[in-house]
Design a binder for this molecule. Structure first.
Ligand SMILES: Cc1cc2nc3c(=O)[nH]c(=O)nc-3n(C[C@H](O)[C@H](O)[C@H](O)COP(=O)(O)OP(=O)(O)OC[C@H]3O[C@@H](n4cnc5c(N)ncnc54)[C@H](O)[C@@H]3O)c2cc1C
Ligand code: SF4
Ligand code: SF4
Length: 1814
């Protein structure tokens, strides 16, 4: 309040961006305008600013001197310089640019991050937090940027909303030489102004060569010769620093640090290291202000990279690899052609800008100028000397990677990019291999949530099986060792101190310390949310509502305790969605969310389609209208109340108070600003005096100090979250790079609280990826009392870590609001209960080992922890844990650390305390209207009315006071903060005077009237009446404010009706409901992010609309109904407040009403219109009812689990006849002659069938270009030439049947798994195929539907299809599915060949364990992975892409492979790649092992085998057939001739049935039978010798796949009947509980052979649970004993006393059956002995060749390796290929000391060094 010259008063506030100078010398106050005018006139600003340099000017100058250059020209130029081949059309491989591997680019970098960013102009989203290994532990040479984590504001200052409050943010920055900013002169003003820091190619070029106004740039090469190895890095840095300092002294204004010289000879220094070193060196030499540092690097790509570079010294960055690769992607047809290079730059720049804004805003920084070089990061895992030289004064608590390690990582990347030194080759490192940083992939970067752990956790908790839980726990703890800091710690258990388990407190006590994380209903489904609540209530633990609130019926008191839906913890987040007095009154704990793991400092957004009716009700908003949350905590603005806090009795706050700093152990002052949000705590304590108030913080350096402030602010509970948690959607930058591990935060918090004797005041909770008892123990020992778990309980409820939460497509119904998907939810509260108890039992185990009886005793006992003496890798050994293992209590022994043992109390204002004693009668049985008159209020009375509202809400809930009950309070004076906060329905407060900030915060139905003193002479509409942030989160009620309200009026109002005379900036921000009428002026940014409700504003000036942020709202004219409403409200307003402004408006209504602008949110308008429409349409109403019934899933009925896989064959669809002459001719995309020219020349009809419409994206782009450049005429000669060579089949004649034809609408990949059915038709019509030997597959049906099938793949975050029970090769299934979906067959092929040498074999014969493990298979039929795999390789062969690739040179090493089955072929294919001489010895007359003579031709055409063998031969593999090692050539002879031998002899000793009659003719092994059959078909002269099945009754003993093949073969060879006897029982149609997903489903399947037999005889040929007792024989006329039948008996399987299965014959069922030919297909018992014996190899108990686990070298002879069935036992083709590949890798590594061959999952991190690899 200021007194004016005329003696009057002016009541105003200091507005944002305004100043007020209190000049104590002159004793006067200078107001904003005067002050700014004075400063503006003090210097010649116009003149100074005219000498500024802009990039545009430099560009123009450059055009004059050098002519115009374009981004496209420069991209081309540079690519040509690197490798002229890169921009040629024929180059179809992304990885030809080796720099991509050098800078760790992968397909993920483009598909997941860059392309979406360029297209959407914002960062791509991910979800479910970050569970990948920390950079300081990663073995996959992460870029240096990953060692840095962003800091963010929490409590200390409010973050900014960078999008809705953009007006306060800017990336504009002056760079270059600067002088003293306090004495600005021409030099300072003539700096180069950059609008933003992302430079285009052109910008970079002109900066490098500019001479404009004497400015010049010095380019500093930041690469060094690779030959200097790890030792070259530091001298390289020193040299650069030297050049930089000299350049600064020589008058250069700009230093360009460039890694463009990187090549096979020169390795790039990490750009961040170079920037940091030079920046620090220039500072040391006082030269930094002389130059700008500009970085030209291939490394930078994502927002975080830019932030770190800017944070540590860079002024601008040109990420040239991004632009150049985008150029290539477009050239390759992989990026929209329309996106030219300028658009790429613009899109990318905007995306990065938006990201930088977000990162700065998190810290509450609004200009890049302030953010730049401010080092707002914490380092996790860099050594002191690195920090000292390059990142001085940045917190790095753990030490870590040294220069040597960083150099080794850079060299490792370099080696994988340029491995072609004298003795090595590209091997598998040629392809760009994604290491799985974002999404888990087999063999790649370690993640905590990997498939094995997820699957075991689900199995253990569903079956309540502690053994499986132990397996889970082991897997999880192992993963922690690879990924987290706690994994590096060990618990000091000891037998000496151990106590009996029974002495330890029961698990039922321990679980009370567990809470489930704050996951909102909205981010997760109703079913998942309530299941967690029920579970936690059952065990006396707590669940957390999350910021999404809770429906009142969930906290009804009369609920069954066993099914109680109430969440004990109610979160009050920044958004304040639906926070009411009653919501707060019904909590045990109220949690203020300051930040969350994945996105600290950021707001959130719930798109309209996710706001269902249920969610809208809960959040007091409108269904279908999106909800935008402000960043936390948007209401902490004012520090006015600090003085009042000081005056509080009891726990006084003294701003001079000091704390012990954990880093330096000295006393320091508290950052005063951290007390800003005391008010929040106070409000909540008033709103519920019995609940604990908790504050949720995220770990970062200094969190302990913040926590100490929070404890002093009276909080009872503090949660410290880790960086790794978080369920909802967030940008990848947020997920990966914000926040620190909780281990650091918890330790620091515990230490600081103890040192400052505050620990006993608060309970401390650790939160973030806590999953096992070990995690809990470590958190406790570091100082936590309670433990939050989120991801693990969600996994228990069915989450499979899809990481699709942000897309609303969670297939297991956990994180979705889609009713169809929610119906798939199968989680049960009891599973969560089981989980909690199993974790608690593990905790008990540890406690007993530590000699502790209670978990409480473990808190803060860091003396019981030590750094692991056996770290996972060299990097882990560098970490120092001293700082987090400090035992605070030993240092302060007299301080109590029992969290929560000292109660935190607040004192209520005197007025409310008194009124509370007088309202009892209102609550009496008959009720009472209570009126308080003439009460005086002062600003010591904070949060007035809230406590009264609590008393009401706890009695009457949301209904408040009704009927005969009400409270009216008439006040005079100056109300303190939060006046009328949470005011309940039935309470009316009238204040004559004024009020501070937060008036009517979360108003819950109450009424508030504020008007100035009746005797005031000033104009109310020009003077302040209430402070800032009024009605924040109000849900209902009415308010009348006569006067001016402060900033952020009605922010996030979602239901209150309010009228006010004028408001400040950001009025109605984030509003989602209610009505606001502003009679006078409004401030800037009105209605920002407003998505609901309506505001009526009286337009006061012409350019009034510029004050409105119209991004989400329309400015409409008021309708008649609106006018009636507004007028009646003003009438009421005038009556209640005596507003003169209101009266004037009413008096001049005819004129005034025309000024009304209706601010109407677009979303809200749409939804209201839809609702109106819906009301009119009864039919739609019915549909809505149906939706509602779907919304509530009936849990009472057990849901039968659908089959995981749809392996059964569908009822045969009578298909078209392929040769149908008059089939309509469909225009084929491949019909073009030029396209045909590309097809392989040796094609059969089946090779083309179904591919008629398939066209490769890259090919299409290529052809288009070709067509553009060549005229048809020119091509004519080629066509004619082609006609002679074209395939024998006219593909135009292959008509596509109508039902297979593609629909016109585009395929939907996002919801493909819901929309499309699994391809059922896999095999041809059995009638047709029974009569031929062609492959049984219906290629036409499969291939013509292939993209729809690929669209069903959900691209899981954790692709179980690749996991431990999925594809043994670790095939990168989601990636190739995605490429097929996108018609990018070539890239799909490259992905496929990374892991699988022979997809044409596996795609035909693999039983597809991947499909058994496919996540989609949990609730629907799995993805048809195998068919897609087969289609990719067949397409590649059809296109002629599969060409022999000969190694560039020969290593001189010779390797002999014994056996040419899939394992031998796999090993040969790999070894030939790296230049070895490979000879494969095969005893049979043809190559292929069981592929040749085992698997019948109708499953795998021998043409397919020959084609591959021919390719291998062309690549240089030598095959010697008819050569039996051990017989024709002694095995040990090979030892002399070769450098290594790989034994791949298979498991060929068949299991026999030695019962009576076995010696008769007509009994044979399956292999003998199948081989004879196949050799005869191949034209060999082989006699049947009594085994010809034609016209015979054939019985096959065995029920596996071999038996199926025998059935199918016998039928084709004309047997009379065929049957198969299986000794085991028939599997059921569904998985059994003990066979859970993702294990291979042991279910009854009908395969091709069975279907054919059924077609022929009408019944399935298999009989189960039957055993053969003897063969019945007779002697024929030739005197030969021949088979006539079998004596069989039915059997039963029972468990014996020890639980082992035992076979029991049902003797009464013994019978005989006729049989002329009996084929034994009962499996194999191991490899043959000859080779093993001759090579002196050891065998395992199963007679297979013995090698160490996951290794292939036989222990005896170092040069002998083994792979395939001979090592593994009878298995599968896919396993054989895997073993062959891995054995080859080991051989190569053994022979060369390193290898470039891929390990499991196709991962080649780098050529592996044989020893001492880092
Ligand atoms: C009938 C049948 C059908 C099958 N169907 C399928 C199926 O559909 N899908 C599937 O995934 N798996 C199937 N399998 C299993 C699969 O074929 C094997 O797991 C796989 O072939 C094993 O490969 P391998 O290279 O280890 O051995 P093999 O394929 O058995 O090859 C071993 C090779 O070594 C040769 N050899 C052995 N000793 C010597 C020696 N001293 N000197 C020179 N050469 C020697 C053999 O002649 C043979 O060619 C089937 C198996 C059988 C028997
Ligand atoms: S090889 Fe087998 S398991 Fe692997 S993806 Fe192919 S079909 Fe699936
Ligand atoms: S194939 Fe199945 S498990 Fe694999 S990514 Fe696709 S949906 Fe997920």
């Amino acid at each position: 309040m200021l007194s004016c010259a005329n003696g009057d008063f002016k009541r105003d506030r200091l507005r944002p961006g305004r100043m007020l100078l209190v000049d104590t010398h002159l004793k006067k106050i200078e107001l904003d305008e005067d002050l700014k005018t004075r400063i503006a006139l003090s210097r010649p600003h116009k003149q100074l600013s005219s000498s500024r340099i802009y990039l545009d000017l430099i560009r123009k100058d450059d055009v004059l001197s050098h002519g115009a250059v374009t981004n496209e020209f420069l991209n081309r130029l540079h690519l040509e310089q690197v490798n002229p081949g890169l921009i040629k059309k024929k180059d179809v491989h992304l990885d030809s640019d080796r720099r991509l591997a050098l800078y760790a680019y992968t397909h993920d970098t483009f598909s997941l991050l860059l392309v979406p960013m360029i297209k959407e102009k914002k960062e791509a989203l991910g979800s479910m937090g970050n569970d990948a290994a920390l950079a300081c532990l990663s073995d996959y040479s992460p870029l240096l940027f990953s060692y840095f984590q962003q800091l963010f504001a929490q409590v200390t200052n409010p973050p900014i909303d960078p999008f809705r409050e953009q007006i306060v943010m800017s990336l504009r920055c002056p760079i270059g030489p600067e002088s003293n900013m306090l004495e600005p002169d021409a030099e300072l003003a003539s700096r180069l102004i950059l609008e933003q820091p992302v430079l285009s190619m052109v910008d970079m070029e002109v900066i490098k060569r500019t001479m404009y106004k004497g400015w010049k740039s010095k380019v500093i090469d930041i690469t060094y010769p690779v030959k200097y190895g790890v030792k070259g890095l530091v001298p390289g840095l020193d040299a650069m620093c030297c050049v930089a300092c000299t350049a600064a002294l020589d008058g250069y204004q700009m230093l360009v640090l460039s890694d463009r010289n990187a090549s096979a000879e020169r390795v790039p220094i990490p750009s961040l290291l170079a920037v940091g070193a030079i920046h620090q060196c220039l500072i040391r030499h006082r030269l930094r202000m002389k130059v700008a540092i500009i970085v030209e690097t291939g490394e930078a790509r994502v927002v975080h990279d830019f932030c770190v570079l800017l944070g540590f010294g860079a002024d601008a960055i040109c990420p040239y690899m991004v632009y150049e690769t985008m150029y290539r992607l477009r050239n390759l047809g992989l990026l929209d052609k329309e996106l030219n290079d300028d658009q790429v730059y613009q899109g990318y720049r905007q995306g990065v800008e938006r990201g930088i804004f977000k990162v700065m805003a998190k810290m509450g920084i609004s200009t890049l100028h302030s953010y730049k070089h401010a080092q707002i990061f914490e380092i996790v895992g860099l050594a002191k000397d690195v920090v000292e030289m390059c990142f001085k004064n940045t917190v790095s608590r753990l030490g870590g990677a040294t220069f040597e390690i960083l150099a080794a990582e850079a060299l490792k990347r370099h080696r994988s990019a340029f491995p072609t030194t004298s003795d090595a080759s590209f091997g598998d490192s040629k392809t760009l291999v994604a290491s799985g940083t974002f999404h888990w992939r087999a063999g790649g970067e370690k993640h905590i949530n990997e498939p094995l752990a997820v699957a075991k956790l689900q199995a253990a908790t569903r079956l309540n099986n502690s053994k499986t839980f132990q397996e889970y726990s082991q897997a999880s703890n192992m993963a922690q060792r690879w990924c987290t800091l706690r994994g590096q710690l060990e618990i000091k258990t000891s037998k000496k101190i151990q106590i009996p388990l029974s002495d330890v407190e029961p698990a039922s006590e321990i679980v009370k310390r567990f809470v489930t994380g704050a996951m909102s209903f909205g981010s997760i489904s109703w079913e998942a949310h309530t299941a967690l609540a029920i579970a936690m209530n059952r065990i006396g633990a707590k669940s957390n509502t999350g910021e999404g609130g809770e429906k009142p019926e969930r906290y009804r008191k009369d609920q069954d305790p066993n099914e109680n839906l109430r969440s004990a913890i109610k979160q009050v987040a920044s958004a304040r969605f639906g926070v009411t007095s009653s919501y707060l009154a019904n909590a045990d704990e109220l949690q203020i969310k300051m930040a969350q793991g994945a996105k600290p400092g950021e707001g959130g957004e719930l798109p309209g389609h996710k706001v269902t009716k249920d969610i809208a009700d809960t959040r007091k908003s409108t269904a279908g209208v999106g909800l935008i949350s402000p960043p936390p905590h948007h209401d902490i603005y004012s520090i006015e109340d600090l003085a009042q806090v000081k005056e509080l009795k009891g726990k006084q706050f003294d701003s001079r108070e000091r704390y012990y700093c954990p880093f330096c152990f000295s006393l320091k002052s508290f950052p005063i600003i951290s007390f800003l949000f005391f008010q929040l705590i106070y409000d909540l304590k008033c709103a519920n005096p019995v609940a604990r108030v908790s504050v949720k913080l995220v770990s970062e350096a200094g969190v302990g100090i913040i926590a100490a402030g929070v404890a002093k602010g009276n909080a009872d509970h503090i949660t410290v979250s880790g960086h790794d948690g978080g369920t909802g959607a967030s940008s990848w930058t947020g997920i990966k790079h914000a926040g620190l591990p909780w281990e650091l935060g918890v330790a620091e918090t515990h230490q600081v609280l103890t040192m400052n004797n505050l620990r006993s005041r608060v309970v401390l909770q650790a939160d973030g990826q806590i999953r096992t008892g070990r995690d809990v123990m470590i958190a406790a020992l570091l100082g936590a009392d309670e433990f939050g778990m989120s991801t693990a309980p969600l996994i228990v409820l069915g989450c499979t870590m899809m990481r699709k939460c942000h897309l609303n497509t969670c297939p297991v119904g956990v994180a979705t609001q889609d009713p169809i998907l929610r119906a798939k939810f199968e989680g049960k509260p009891e599973h969560v209960v089981n989980y909690m108890f199993m974790v608690a039992e593990e905790v008990r185990y540890f406690l007993s080992k530590l000699g502790l009886k209670k978990l409480e005793e473990a808190v803060g006992r860091t003396d019981l922890l030590y750094a692991s003496s056996n770290p996972v890798n060299k990097k882990a050994t560098m970490l120092e844990f001293g700082s987090i293992l400090k035992n605070a209590q030993q240092m302060f022994p007299n301080v109590s650390i029992r969290g929560g043992s000292v109660k935190q109390v607040i004192e209520l204002g005197a007025l409310e305390t008194r009124l509370l004693t007088e309202i009892a009668e209102v609550f009496s049985e008959n009720g009472h209207h209570k009126v308080f008159d003439n009460e005086m209020i002062t600003n010591l009375d904070r949060t007035f009315g809230t406590r009264i509202s609590y008393e009401i809400s706890k009695r009457y809930g949301e209904l408040g006071l009704e009927g005969s009950r009400s409270i009216t309070i008439n006040l005079k004076g100056h109300a303190g903060q939060s006046f009328g906060a949470f005011l309940a329905k039935g309470v009316s407060i009238t204040l004559e005077g004024d009020a501070n900030d937060y008036v009517g915060k979360c108003l819950s139905g109450g009424k508030i009237v504020v008007f100035p003193p009746k005797n005031a002479s000033y104009k109310s509409e020009e003077n302040s009446i209430i402070g800032n942030v009024a009605l924040y989160g109000a849900t209902s009620g009415d308010c009348w404010f006569r006067g001016v309200a402060g900033e952020r009026f009605a922010v996030r109002n979602s239901g209150a009706n309010v009228i006010v005379e004028a408001v400040g900036d950001h009025g109605c921000e984030y509003m989602t409901g209610g009505r606001v009428i502003v009679l006078g002026t409004i401030g800037r940014n009105f209605a920002a992010a407003m998505s609901g409700g309506i505001a009526y504003v009286f337009s006061q000036e012409n350019n009034f609309s510029r004050l409105i942020n119209a991004a989400t709202v329309d400015l409409d004219d008021a309708s008649t109904e609106d006018l009636i409403f507004v007028k009646s409200k003003i009438e009421e307003f005038v009556k209640l407040t005596g507003s003169e402004l209101g009266q004037r408006i009413l008096t001049n209504w005819q004129k005034e009403h025309q000024k009304i602008i209706k601010v109407f949110p677009k979303d809200y308008k749409r939804v209201l219109a839809e609702q109106e429409e819906a009301r009119k349409k009864q039919a739609e109403l019915d549909k809505a009812n149906l939706d509602m019934s779907l919304l509530s899933v009936d849990d009472s009925k057990p849901r039968t689990r659908t089959l995981s896989m749809d392996m059964q064959i569908a009822p045969t669809i009578r298909l078209h006849n392929k040769k149908q002459k008059d089939a309509p001719r469909k225009k084929s995309l491949l019909g073009d002659n030029r396209k045909q020219r590309r097809l392989s020349k040796s094609l059969r009809p089946q090779d083309l069938a179904g591919f008629e419409n398939e066209e490769d994206l890259q090919d299409a782009a290529d052809l288009e270009e070709e067509e553009e450049s060549k005229s048809d005429l020119e091509d004519h000669s080629d066509e004619e030439e082609f006609v002679e060579k074209k395939p024998s089949v006219d593909i135009e004649s292959l008509g596509v049947p109508a039902h297979l034809r593609k629909k016109d609408e585009p395929l939907d990949k996002l919801r493909g798994f819901v929309k499309y059915n699994r391809q059922k038709k896999i095999y041809r019509d059995p009638k047709e195929r029974l009569n031929d030997w062609d492959e049984v597959y219906d290629f036409e049906a499969i291939r013509s539907n292939i993209r729809e099938q690929a669209a069903r793949c959900m691209d899981c975050g954790v692709p179980f299809c690749q996991g431990h029970s999925g594809c043994p090769l670790g095939n990168i299934i989601p990636k190739w599915n995605d490429f097929v979906f996108k018609k990018n067959w070539r890239q799909a092929l490259e992905q496929l060949l990374q892991t699988n040498n022979f997809p044409e074999f596996t795609g035909r014969v693999c039983p597809a364990p991947c499909e058994g493990a496919c996540t989609l298979g949990i609730g629907s039929p799995a993805v048809t992975i195998k068919s897609i795999e087969c289609a990719i390789i067949d397409y590649a062969f059809m296109q002629g892409w599969m060409k022999p690739s000969k190694p560039a040179f020969n290593t001189g090493k010779r390797i002999a492979i014994i056996g040419s089955g899939p394992s031998g072929l796999g090993a040969a294919a790999q070894l030939i790649k790296v230049g070895h001489t490979v000879v494969v010895y095969e005893r049979k007359n043809r190559v292929g092992g069981l592929l040749r003579y085992g698997i019948p031709t109708m499953k795998l055409d021998k043409f397919v085998v020959d084609r591959r063998v021919q390719l291998l031969e062309q690549e240089g593999v030598r095959f010697l057939t008819n050569t039996e090692i051990g017989k024709h050539v002694p095995a040990d002879f090979l030892l002399k001739e070769n450098d290594a031998i790989i034994v791949c002899t298979g498991s060929t000793t068949a299991r026999d049935l030695t019962v009576e009659g076995r010696d008769a003719k007509g009994i044979c092994f399956a292999m003998e039978y199948l081989e004879k059959s196949q050799r005869r078909r191949a034209g060999d002269d082989v006699a049947w010798e009594g085994l010809d099945p034609s016209n015979k009754k054939v019985i096959i003993l065995g029920g596996g796949d071999t038996a199926t093949d025998c059935i199918a073969t016998s039928n084709r060879l004309g047997c009379k009947t065929v049957g198969a006897f299986e000794i085991l029982p028939q599997p059921g149609p569904e998985r059994k509980p003990e066979n859970p997903w993702p294990e291979w489903p042991l279910i009854f399947r009908v395969d091709y052979g069975h279907e054919e037999a059924k077609e022929k005889t009408g019944s399935d040929p298999r009989t189960y649970s039957v055993s053969t007792k003897r063969f019945l024989t007779t002697t024929n006329s030739a005197g030969v004993k021949v088979l006539t039948g079998l004596e069989i008996v039915d059997v039963e399987w029972e468990k014996d006393d020890k639980g082992a299965w035992k076979l029991v014959e049902k003797t009464e069922t013994i019978r005989t059956i006729e049989c002329d030919l009996c084929i034994l297909a009962m499996g194999f018992v191991g490899p043959e002995k000859t080779v093993i014996e001759q090579l002196n190899l050891k065998t395992d108990p199963r007679s297979n060749i013995l090698t160490p686990k996951d290794k292939y070298d036989s222990e005896v002879a170092k040069v002998v390796f083994a792979a395939g069935d001979c090592r593994r036992g009878q298995s599968l083709v896919v396993w054989a290929i895997h073993e062959g590949r891995q054995a080859a890798r080991q051989v190569d590594e053994y022979l060369m000391g390193k290898t470039t061959l891929a390990g499991p999952g196709g991962i080649v991190t780098a050529p592996i060094q044989h020893k001492n690899a880092i």
